[in-house]
Design a protein around this ligand. Structure first.
Ligand code: 6U4
Length: 190
């Protein structure tokens, strides 16, 4: 199947589903999301307030005007988890809800960090085994792309959600990997 609107043509599909038409385009708002992965563990944050409250997620948020995406990702990681880290851009996730601006989320992976992991007003950090990620307590489509991040793929994806009361219902999704496949700096000689 061809990639949906908003996803580059060169991305090869790995997982898609749902039904109906893709929701129409709106304006775009830019966000970041950072996942720290070390050995067989991943650091997630339990969100204490705002959109996605009570879900586990990476650390991130809105890119401010006049701020680069990378600077925004580093700032949010510091604000929400108290640490700094070398960040590698590994993916883009388009989050689409009819009638709202599209969220373009740049996803980063870190393999090391400096500082002390610290709970913030927004997030309570918690380590999980990569074999035991709490997908049932995360945004519904994360189970389809987080394994791509863990296997060091570059990916792009789109998720269309419908708002029903206070909850978001996943209607359609598409994820693909870039032909360069493994992300930079990922070659390990084992
Ligand atoms: N892991 C994830 N999976 C997903 O499918 N959508 C996600 C996601 N993380 C964030 N989103 C969506 C939800 C929301 O529309 C948007 C931004 O959510 P965030 O929780 O990152 O930002 P915040 O609204 O908390 O921003 P700040 O107030 O700047 O921290 O991206």
């Amino acid at each position: 199947m061809v990639p949906p609107p908003g996803i580059p043509d060169a991305v090869a599909e790995v997982n898609t589903g749902g039904s109906g038409e893709w929701f129409p385009a709106e304006q775009i708002r830019y966000y970041t999301n950072v996942f720290l992965v070390q050995d067989d563990k991943i650091l997630l944050g339990y969100k204490k307030r705002g959109l996605g409250i009570h879900k586990y997620n990476g650390f991130g948020g809105k890119v401010e005007p006049n701020e680069s995406t990378l600077d925004a990702a580093a700032r949010e990681l510091q604000e929400e988890a108290g640490i700094t880290a070398p960040l590698e851009h590994v993916g883009v996730l388009l989050f689409v809800v009819p009638g709202d601006k599209w969220a373009h989320i740049d996803i980063f992976r870190a393999m090391e960090y400096s500082g002390t992991i610290t709970e913030s007003d927004e997030m309570r950090p918690e380590w999980f085994k990569t074999t035991n990620i709490p997908f049932d307590d995360m945004w519904d489509a994360d189970r389809y792309w987080l394994p791509l991040l863990l296997s060091e793929r570059h990916f792009s994806g789109r998720v269309d959600f419908e708002k029903q009361g206070d909850s978001f219902v996943l209607k359609k999704w598409w994820f693909g990997i870039h032909s360069s496949s493994k992300s930079q700096g990922a070659s390990k000689s084992t």
